[in-house]
Design a protein around this ligand. Sequence first.
Ligand code: NAP
Length: 269
Amino acid sequence: MRIFIAGATGVIGRRLVPLLLAQGHQVTALSRRSQVPGAETVLGDVYDPTRLRELVAQARPDVLMHQLTDLTSRDFAANGRIRREGTRNLMDAALAAGVRRVISQSIAWAYEPGTTPADESTPLDLHSPDEYRRTTVEAVATLEEITAEAPEWVALRYGMLYGPETWYTKNGLMATSPLPTGPDVTSFLHIEDAAHAAAAALTWPSGPVNIVDDEPLAASVWAPAFAASVGAPPPQPADSPRTPWARGATNGRARNLGWRPAHPTFLDT
Ligand SMILES: NC(=O)c1ccc[n+]([C@@H]2O[C@H](COP(=O)([O-])OP(=O)(O)OC[C@H]3O[C@@H](n4cnc5c(N)ncnc54)[C@H](OP(=O)(O)O)[C@@H]3O)[C@@H](O)[C@H]2O)c1
């Protein structure tokens, strides 16, 4: 297949491009600045819709892979913008070029409150009284709604990424910030498993799919284990109430599609 990947130089893209090349695909990689080894790199910005249309039209891809985030500076407003405007610009370029399939990076912690891990039929948390939370989920919903305009589409609802070059490393953000310690539940995902799921999604049926490991974990369990693994001081236990939406997610749908996490639990790292 011909695949156009936006986000080829990010933590997932850097692992995904070699997988796609190894499968024999022809890869065109968008970046604002960097050459992508093995792929045809095209320089452009997702906020330049005219150039983006030209680039996608020239590449004539079968699949547009949307792995864009804007998290290097941890500016969550910028990340919301790329979900809304970046996805819009990508989809307009894809539709104009007759792209058959669009695969987008989403998240698995946008579900409404509940006490058990969410599956893909759980509604998104669009009515949260917390404005910051609501704004985040609205941007995620917009990204997925736009993605669903493609004839074939997959929204990869990734868990919290960990592994090399993520925030969960010895010198990463989480090792150098205060850790949570209460009952909030997180579903994690190893960075290698994220890349493999994206490559597998080239043939999946349309819809959202949770891509998370097998073991949603309370912060009271994962945070001490993570602190020990990176040599950080153990977090002080806290008697805080659970954030109602911090419930984790299930991976049954992805498993039914044949995907398995090679790293089934964050606790093994
Ligand atoms: N589910 C999760 O938990 C999750 C998901 C993603 C990231 N993260 C965290 O966020 C950290 C940073 O992620 P990252 O290293 O992937 O970096 P990033 O800054 O989020 O960039 C990701 C990709 O988006 C591209 N991009 C961003 N803005 C663009 C624009 N305007 N036009 C075209 N391309 C654009 C970048 O390409 P160029 O810079 O080459 O143009 C890069 O390929 C990671 O370490 C990870 O821990 C977590």
